[in-house]
Design a binder for this molecule. Structure first.
Ligand SMILES: [Zn+2]
Length: 454
């Protein structure tokens, strides 16, 4: 009893500390018709000295540097009573408040009209938010928890979908900066279907399909049944589902031809934007992205290259491991659709042919290694350049290149060691993924050597 009381006391104490530290955002959409959102950020307990607030320049799962600050305007800083605080721009997207008060409130307008996994988009049908594209943040306060409250009472049947923890009254919680930045949000009149998956240890978790599309509920239910089969094959490779942070995983799905099209993985969710008129009639074509992104829940979200840690929001990390993180995911994305019965063996072999041909016939793959291809992602992964580059000769996508490595390794393990690539993935999961110990290139070699005893 005493112990319990003490624990309660500690919990209350830590709650008070957190509440004093908590950075709180509020978002409303008074001008969604012109693709604007209105955002405020309140920072309590600001330390003395200048306070720097900035927008991110990178986004988890995207490997080139972006400039999210370009869509921010009307930025103001005030104290808690609304008294204006002066700031200066020290970079295009860095606002330095020279004499901050104990509590600082920053407000700004954000423009967003690009529906994909990287940017933000607002209109009368939804608010689609990738966090780094949407939320400014104070520098040096990464350990502080965050809350975000959405005001959308004026919208028709909107509901919030996100991996963030709901705390009631349209407010959501993230334990720290890194978690917040990894948690995309869709607010729309979406349809949803969900199912439970039981892990070998007995833990039951729920997977949700959240679809903002022009489909009937029966289409969503049927599509969720298809995803269920795909998920079962993925779990069979790894031996278990990852531990999702609040026991839930979300497919955040947006479907309309005028959207940008994308798939972006996160720890407990993925954003999938597809450019078909609806899901109905296109189910089979849409599955590939779902399979790829869900495989990432293990490969890259938890089985993670050391070079991506900690994720740098001011400049993209350069990574040596994307050939495995993206390439192996690409290989399995297609292979598992065949195992789930959604592709014929002939389809799968055709896919392998394509991989082999493009790797063998590409000067980029002849002259550069998969590690070098991975490192070039900082320029290639939706990196914007208007000058001409020598891409054809120096770069082969780490998706294709890595898928080629996966295929070659799978065939070699099968033919020489009576093993399969599944055995290697499970060994990596055990050594690095499940315990979340980020890997180096030599770790990958070590696990392979132990597995093959070679
Ligand atoms: Zn991917």
């Amino acid at each position: 009893m005493k112990k319990i009381l003490l624990a309660c006391g500690l919990l209350t104490a830590s709650f008070v500390v957190n509440a004093q530290q908590e950075i709180s955002y509020e978002v409303s959409f008074p001008n969604a018709v012109h693709h604007e959102a209105q955002i405020s950020m309140t920072i309590p307990n600001v330390p003395t000295g200048a306070l720097k607030v900035r927008m991110s320049r990178s986004s988890p799962g995207r490997y080139a540097t972006h400039e999210f600050g370009k869509n921010v305007y009307n930025l103001k800083a005030t104290d808690q009573n609304g008294k204006v605080l002066n700031f200066k721009l020290t970079a295009g997207d860095v606002y330095e408040i020279t004499s901050p008060t104990k509590t600082v409130k920053v407000t700004y307008t954000l423009f967003g009209n690009w529906i994909d996994g990287t940017y933000a988009g607002f209109d009368e049908t939804h608010a689609h938010m990738n966090i780094p594209a949407t939320f400014a943040f104070p520098i040096g306060m990464d350990a502080r928890p965050r809350t975000v409250k959405f005001n959308y009472a004026d919208k028709q049947n909107w509901k919030v979908a996100t991996q963030l923890k709901p705390t009631g009254k349209d407010t959501y919680y993230a334990p720290n900066f890194q978690y917040f930045m990894d948690s995309p949000i869709e607010i729309a009149a979406y349809k949803t279907a969900s199912w439970e998956v039981k892990n070998p240890d007995g833990k039951i978790q729920t997977i949700h399909l959240v679809s903002h599309s022009n489909d009937e509920q029966s289409t969503i239910d049927n599509y969720a049944e298809m995803l269920k089969k795909m998920v079962t094959e993925q779990v069979a490779v790894w031996g278990e589902l990852p531990n999702f942070d609040y026991g839930n995983y979300y497919f955040l799905h947006d479907v309309l031809p005028e959207y940008a099209g994308d798939g972006m993985e996160h720890r407990n969710s993925t954003v999938i934007v597809q450019r078909t008129p609806k899901i109905s009639g296109y189910e089979s074509n849409l599955l590939g992205t779902f399979s790829h992104e869900f495989f990432h829940a293990w490969n890259v979200e938890r089985l993670r290259p050391k070079t991506l840690e900690p994720f740098n929001f001011e400049h993209s990390n350069v990574s040596d491991g994307l050939w495995l993180a993206e390439g192996f995911t690409q290989y399995y994305g297609n292979l598992l659709l065949a195992r789930a019965g959604f592709r014929t063996p002939e389809n799968a072999v055709q896919g392998f042919n394509g991989i082999v041909n493009s790797v063998l016939n590409s000067p980029g793959a002849i002259n550069f290694s998969p590690i070098q291809a991975s490192q070039y992602a900082v320029f290639a992964d939706a990196g914007v350049a208007i000058d001409q580059r020598n891409m054809g000769n120096i770069f082969t996508s780490y998706y294709t290149y890595g898928a080629g490595v996966a295929l070659a390794l799978d065939l070699r393990l099968r033919s020489e060691f009576k093993l399969t690539l599944d055995d290697y993935m499970r060994a990596l999961w055990k050594a690095h993924g499940k315990p979340e110990i980020a890997y180096t290139m030599s770790d990958l070699e070590k696990v392979l050597a132990q597995l093959t005893k070679n």
